[in-house]
Structure formats: structure tokens, C-alpha cells
Design a protein around this ligand. Structure first.
Ligand code: MAN
Length: 142
């Protein structure tokens, strides 16, 4: 029983809690997968439970470290999921780089957009089936 309890805690967290794999284990299916998107002169790569990286288009290795995967955040009110990376390479004269991926409901796991709304803070949108949950349906009155 203890083993099952421990595994369950790892997968779906404690009561109502957030865990390593998200509220209901939804990140398990994309664990260690990486997703890419191009924007302006850069290609970005975000790896679930890994790193986020910025490269010049055409560059195939190295690049600027945008952060290490930290957590998935769930907004209790609107059900919005956001994946967060932090402690990236320090910005010139500023904070260390960080990245977040805002999830919307969609058929595939796919990064859609990349933006740098403030210097060295990178915000991506991603469509994913993990965004298509009860809360999403409620918000759209489906
Ligand atoms: C690099 C890139 C940019 C960033 C600047 C900050 O050029 O990482 O995204 O704005 O550094 O100096």
C-alpha cells in the first residue's frame, strides 16, 4: 500500500495538490520531450523537465540557456496551466533569464509563438491536449 501511495503522490501529488507531473499526471506523457519554435532571428527549444534554449536560426548546438525546468503552475480560477523554467544565463545588467510556456487546448503538443515581453523573460504559447480539460470546457460553456 505504501508503494502505491508513494507512486500516486509522485504522479498526481497530494490531495488537490500539484505534483511533478501536473495536477492529474498530465505531463507524464510529454516527459523529456522537447519542442521548437522560430521567432525573429531565433529558434527556441523548450524541454519538459529539461532546459529552455535560444539559438540563432541555423545554429544546431550550444545557444543561450534560458533556464532549467522548475514547475507547472495551475491557476485555480481559470484552470490555465503554465510551465516554468528559471535560473538561466544572467542577462546583461539584469536578472537571470527565465521562460514560461502558456498552454492552450489543441490536438497536438506544439509550440505556437515565442515572445520576449521584457528583456530576458521569454513567453511561449503551446497547444496541447493537456489543456483540454473540464475547466477548459466550462470556460467555453461546452
Ligand atoms: C541576447 C538574447 C536576447 C536578449 C539579449 C539581452 O541577445 O538572449 O534575447 O534580449 O541577449 O542582452
Amino acid at each position: 500500500t505504501k508503494q502505491v501511495d508513494d507512486l500516486e503522490r509522485e504522479l498526481v501529488g497530494g490531495e488537490g495538490g500539484n505534483s511533478k507531473y501536473g495536477l492529474a499526471g498530465e505531463l507524464y506523457g510529454m516527459r523529456d520531450q522537447c519542442f521548437k519554435v522560430e521567432s525573429g532571428k531565433y529558434e527556441y527549444e523548450t524541454c519538459i523537465f529539461g532546459k529552455a534554449t535560444q539559438r540563432d536560426i541555423g545554429q544546431t548546438s550550444g545557444g543561450t540557456h534560458l533556464g532549467n525546468f522548475e514547475k507547472v503552475e495551475l491557476n485555480e480560477e481559470d484552470g490555465q496551466r503554465t510551465l516554468m523554467w528559471g535560473s538561466g544565463t544572467k542577462c546583461w545588467n539584469g536578472p537571470s533569464r527565465s521562460a514560461e510556456v502558456v498552454i492552450t487546448c489543441g490536438a497536438e503538443n506544439k509550440l505556437l509563438t515565442a515572445d520576449e515581453p521584457e528583456t530576458c523573460r521569454y513567453v511561449f504559447t503551446m497547444e496541447s491536449p493537456i489543456g483540454c480539460d473540464e475547466k477548459f470546457k466550462q470556460n467555453l460553456n461546452l
